[in-house]
Ligand binder design. Structure first.
Ligand code: SF4
Length: 683
């Protein structure tokens, strides 16, 4: 009978929220998720889950799930059959291809989807359409990490493992609100602190971990580079660098020394708005700790100098010999469950799977042979450039799988305008997102609970996703839909399941060369895993660097953020995430419990600023920038400094990205989401 304990089956899978990749059991009664529990003894989370992982599953069976394909007619969606929807899509796509060629297409793949789905998506863009115009939301988060660390170390990923974090002697956390955005890694930090580790936090806001820090450097938004240069200045001056490491394992030290010479504690203290003694203290603490782990996230990457900021982080770790060793490293915390994997799978305009470059003729030849078609060697457009290209009529068709640029991207009005201007937009998603509303055709896909495949977490660990239920309604697996579209465009695949796709991935991607479903099983495998017998790689760069024998210092000078406060917009505006929600709330927004904990947007401001403007706690205020304005509740708090405003970016009401600046980092094309000029006034 129904409801008895023995009717409940437990299906092990990977959390669909953040890049920690916690292992969990879905407790299933038929097709209902009736409970969640953490898997004990695993590398990523060892029996722990955060509030999202433990309670955030109502979305799977939400009534709002898209269940049938939708076609827009005269501005309104109507339900359609798969056949009708796919016929329309293919007629349109084939016509555009014939008239304007493959580069009239652009695609956004998804950091929410599996490796297998991302692999198929970029294969569709490249092999079936013939363009490299494929990207995904990593452009908005760690594109600067991928570019920066690839340059200095040879690999744009976390150098060490999540499990090691608890064993470090010192944490230098910069631009990461770790306990809220990567809660289980935050727990590891707290475990280390309980064992006596030291903590330095460098952040514009007094985040929860700042309260536990031995040293909290409350820097002005946009001043990471001078801070790091200042610390390196002190380390060199006080002779605290690891000379042997610098000599034997790095190049470019003289140039670094020259650049950081100017960054005396006094100069840096003024730029960053901190005490010069604290800077000296931070430098000494970092340089003298036996093991020191740097954790960073969007606070480092989302700047117009983001790539240089990342390289500065890497410079400091190299200077102290902290890369390639246990419990040390440079650890970019990747946001989405599978943003690491989407990058690894080549959902990037310059890279085939495994970061094999489009610009390399040998790589083109290799993939032409593997896929049996001729391929374009023209560098594709980044996500941020696609919206421009639509307005310039270069892009006529945009295919979006599981992304919501209407909420996630900077300068939302511009994105909206561009999506409306685009001749043909296809969105494949699990919900009618703000972006899907602007599509011509919407295709209903399945959630993580209905699919098999793999996700790669922030520590490069490839882990299994196992289907716990059959697809809801008329929904279909993302890769099945894409394979049908590819077929209609004249390209046939022979895959019948995701395991077969993983086999092809392994055959063309050296760092995934030894991956297979059998091998991944329980604990997952960390790339690089070169062949069947390779055990995977927990710590990168132990003997030599991925870029070659040595790592390289790439010093950077301070460039202020593109937009600075002025008379009209006197505040520095910055954005971030909170514990209870996930990105654009496509999923967490459907979970009642999480909405009760935090249901709408707000702006944080300093009590002095509030008093000067006569603004009371909880009052609705107007926040505006050169790009737009929003009305939100004022949260008056001394965790933020005078002259700075903060808004979470999750919410559609009171949308932070109406205000943010789309100024781009010249190397990684990541937008400057962390700093713009704004103002706030009483309504
Ligand atoms: Fe999921 Fe991340 Fe929370 Fe783990 S820490 S349960 S992966 S959201």
């Amino acid at each position: 009978g129904k409801g008895r304990a023995w009717d409940i089956t437990k299906v092990r899978t990977t959390c669909p929220y953040c890049g920690v990749g916690c292992q969990m059991y879905l407790h299933m009664k038929g097709d209902d998720i009736v409970g969640i529990s953490a898997v004990e003894g695993t590398k990523a989370n060892d029996g722990r889950l955060c509030v999202k992982g433990r309670y955030g599953y109502d979305f799977v069976r939400s009534n709002d799930r898209l269940k049938t394909p939708l076609i827009k007619e005269n501005g309104v969606f109507r339900e359609a059959s798969w056949e009708e929807a796919l016929t329309l899509i293919l007629d349109k796509m084939n016509a555009i291809k014939k008239e304007s060629g493959p580069d009239a297409f652009a695609g956004l793949s998804s950091a929410r989807c599996t490796n297998e789905e991302n692999y198929i998506f970029q294969k569709m863009m490249r092999a079936a359409i013939g363009t490299n115009n494929v990207d995904h939301c990593a452009r908005l988060c760690h594109a600067s990490t991928v570019a920066g660390l690839a340059t200095t170390l040879g690999s744009g990923a976390m150098t060490n493992t999540i499990d090691e974090v608890k064993d470090s002697d010192l944490y230098f956390i910069i631009g990461s609100n770790t306990t809220e955005t990567h809660p289980v890694i935050g727990m590891n930090v707290r475990q280390g602190l309980n064992k006596g580790a030291k903590l330095i936090v460098a952040e514009p806001r007094e985040i929860p971990l700042a309260k536990q820090a031995d040293l909290f450097l409350q820097i002005k938004p946009g001043t990471n580079i001078p801070l790091l240069n200042g610390m390196m200045h002190v380390i060199i001056k006080e002779d605290l660098l690891d000379k042997e490491y610098v000599n034997s394992r790095t190049e470019g030290f003289e140039e670094l020394k020259e650049v950081v010479k100017e960054y005396t504690p006094e100069v840096v203290a003024r730029i960053c708005g901190i005490d010069s003694n604290d800077l000296v203290k931070a430098a000494k603490m970092y340089a003298t700790a036996p093991t020191a782990s740097i954790l960073y996230a969007m606070g480092v990457t989302q700047h117009s100098s983001g790539t240089e900021g990342v390289m500065s982080v890497s410079n400091m770790a190299l200077l102290c010999g902290n890369i390639g060793k246990y419990a040390c490293g440079v650890n970019p915390l990747r946001g989405q469950n599978n943003v690491q994997g989407a990058c690894d799978m080549g959902a990037l305009p310059t890279d085939f799977p495994g970061y094999q470059k489009v610009a390399n003729p040998d790589v083109i030849k290799k993939f032409e042979k593997a896929w049996g078609v001729s391929l374009s060697d023209k560098k594709g457009l980044t996500a941020t450039e696609m919206f421009e290209a639509i307005l310039e009529k270069e892009i006529r068709c945009l295919y979006i799988m599981g992304e919501n640029p209407m909420v996630s991207d900077p300068d939302s009005n511009h994105v909206e305008h561009s999506l409306k201007e685009c001749e043909f937009v296809v969105v494949q998603d699990i919900f009618m997102t703000e972006t899907a509303q602007l599509a011509d055709v919407v295709l209903p896909a399945t959630s993580f609970a209905e699919k098999n495949g793999t996700f790669t977490n922030t520590e490069r660990r490839v882990q299994l996703v196992n289907a716990a239920m059959k697809p809801i309604g008329d929904t279909r697996l993302d890769y099945e839909i894409l394979i049908d579209v590819m077929k209609g465009l004249g390209y046939e695949n022979s895959f019948t399941n995701s395991a077969e796709i993983l086999e092809e991935i392994a055959s063309v991607t050296p760092s995934y060369g030894g991956m297979s479903i059998d091998k991944i099983q329980e604990d997952g495998i960390q790339w690089p895993c070169l062949d069947k017998d390779h055990p995977g790689t927990p710590i990168l760069h132990t003997e030599k660097f991925s870029r070659g024998e040595k790592a390289i210092f790439k010093p950077a000078t301070y460039r202020p953020a593109e937009e600075q406060p002025d008379e009209e917009y006197p505040f520095i505006f910055t954005t971030g995430r909170i514990l209870y929600h996930y990105h654009t709330r496509t999923m967490t927004g459907k979970v009642d419990g999480l909405n009760k904990l935090s249901g709408h947007s707000y702006v944080e401001m300093n009590p002095e600023d509030a008093a000067n403007l006569g603004i009371a706690q909880g009052e609705i205020v107007e926040v505006s920038s050169r790009r737009g304005k929003v009305n939100v509740e004022a949260h008056v708090t001394d965790t933020i400094e005078k002259g700075v405003l903060f808004m979470p970016f999750h919410f559609e009401d009171g949308k932070a990205n109406l205000l943010t600046n789309a100024a781009l980092d010249p190397i990684a094309k990541i937008p400057e989401l962390k700093v713009c000029a704004a103002t706030v006034k009483k309504n």
